[in-house]
Design a protein around this ligand. Structure first.
Ligand code: 5AD
Ligand code: SF4
Length: 450
């Protein structure tokens, strides 16, 4: 450790939960080298932006933010600016050379190299490493928990992606898929539980293809989930994201068997049309997706299902769009993230298909999808009224210090008047009413809705 380095780092994170998890790895690597993390940007010596490339607007936001930091740098000479994550390789040339905005650029597999890269900057050079790795999983690094509520935490169990959905930039930004050592995942989960955390979300681009060889035995995702669930019955487990093509009955049965594995599945459908799904290279049809939803309903009654939807993908017709709406009605998704298609460089779609749906049509279809989902989410909340859910308390409600906020197993936010309890404890709550994003209720001694 170098005393000279006693510098403060501030990390601003964009994109998915995996990126937030990566920021915690970055904080860990650097605090091990004498830096300290701060959540006050004014006191930072180094500002990192951990970036996302998933849609063009995500990149535009980061570029604006960089301009702002650049202005800060003029007022505070010596301030260093670093760009991390998915945008690193894509735009390093522009931002480093043409616009001279950056001191450090590190891709998702280069975070161990950050101390060296920062030293290079100290000696007057730029520090750049955007190499992707076949092996890096950061398995031995204990993340520094940033912005934590002390109750829920995220653990990355794999990196990269090899599904090659034709719209998606991730295989090119995050590289080959690799699973992390199962033993290190169990150890990290156990440590979190011992520190008082009560909910762990296991993260990967496609968790269902998790695989770790332990001697003769393969640890599949279902087996890993089971091992984490066995750490303690009062530790809740969640996971994201599942690919519909390989969410197995084995996994659904494991979820049904363990009460502490949360009854919520995020199952991105993207489109309700088999023709569009084929062009997206999703490797399942509308019917196969419906069959998986039926399996979830059969094996895990009461399980919430949420999804991602893209409107206006290449060649999408009105009929295709109608099939997305009808599938949404059939599944009755509890929640959805909805986007209009944004062509990304270095993707199969950019190379082989035409981004030929006019913006106005994409916008209109997106509005129709959002309007329908609002109604479906309303109906989903309505069905919860008078039910009793076990809620893990996360803290005070944002709106009122007299109320607790927590989540039920289905991942819905529940707010209720405070009782004699603490964050990290469970309480049965009877739902009385709801707003668009929150169930409202009262603590009760009544038995749980099962
Ligand atoms: N355009 C629009 N949405 C996209 N997504 C991924 N790539 C794109 C793109 N090029 C959406 C998908 C994915 C979610 C994380 O982001 O719905 O599931
Ligand atoms: Fe996450 Fe994908 Fe954005 Fe990268 S591009 S941060 S993997 S959402």
């Amino acid at each position: 450790m170098n005393a000279e380095k006693n510098k403060k780092i501030y990390i601003e994170t964009y994109g998915c939960q995996m990126n937030f998890s990566d920021s915690e790895i970055v904080a860990s690597v650097l605090t091990d080298h004498g830096y300290s993390a701060t959540d006050e940007i004014q006191s930072a010596d180094i500002i990192f932006l951990n970036t996302c490339s998933i849609r063009d607007n995500a990149e535009q936001r980061v570029k604006k933010r960089l301009q702002h930091f650049h202005a800060l740098k003029k007022k505070k000479p010596g301030l260093m600016i670093g760009l991390l994550g998915c945008m690193a390789d894509r735009i390093k040339t522009v931002l480093l050379e043409e616009e001279q905005l950056l001191d450090v650029v590190a891709g998702p597999d280069a975070y161990r190299d950050l101390p060296r890269l920062l030293e290079q900057v100290e000696s007057g050079q730029r520090g750049v490493n955007t190499l992707l790795s076949m092996e890096e999983t950061y398995a031995d690094i204990t993340p520094v928990r940033l912005g934590t509520n002390g109750v829920s935490a995220f653990i990355s169990i794999m990196r990269g992606c090899e599904n090659y959905c034709s719209y998606c930039v991730v295989p090119s930004t995050r590289g080959k898929e690799r699973s992390r050592d199962a033993g290190s995942i169990i150890r990290e989960s156990t440590e979190l539980f011992d520190q008082g955390f009560r909910e762990i979300t296991l993260l990967g681009q496609n968790v269902n293809s998790y695989s770790w060889q332990e001697g003769e035995n393969e640890i599949t995702f279902a087996r890993l989930l089971e091992k984490v669930a066995r750490i303690n019955p009062i530790l809740r487990i969640r996971f994201a994201t599942s690919h519909p093509k390989d969410i197995s009955d084995e996994l659904l049965e494991t979820m049904a068997t363990h009460p502490n594995i949360c009854k919520a599945i995020h199952l991105p459908v993207q489109s309700g049309s088999s023709r569009v799904l084929d062009r997206m290279n999703r490797k399942y049809t509308r019917e196969e997706y419906m069959e998986r939803v039926e399996a979830i309903r059969r094996i895990i009654p009461g399980c919430a299902i949420s999804t991602d939807i893209i409107t206006g993908f290449c060649d999408e017709t009105e009929e295709d769009h109608g099939e997305t709406l009808s599938l949404m009605r059939w599944v009755r998704f509890d929640y959805a993230f909805m986007f209009k298609y944004s062509e990304r460089p270095m993707t199969l779609a950019a190379d082989t298909l035409q981004d030929n749906i006019p913006e106005t049509v994409k916008d209109r279809r997106l509005t129709e999808v959002i309007d329908l989902q609002q109604k479906l989410s309303y109906d989903s909340n309505q069905r919860d009224v008078n039910k009793v859910f076990e809620v893990l308390i996360e803290g005070d409600s944002k709106r009122s210090g007299d109320h607790f906020m927590g989540r039920n197993s289905q991942n819905k936010v529940v707010v209720f008047p405070k009782i004699d309890a603490k964050p990290g404890e469970y309480e049965n709550v009877k739902i009385q009413s709801f707003t668009s994003a929150t169930l409202l209720g009262d603590a009760t001694k009544t038995h749980l809705f099962v």
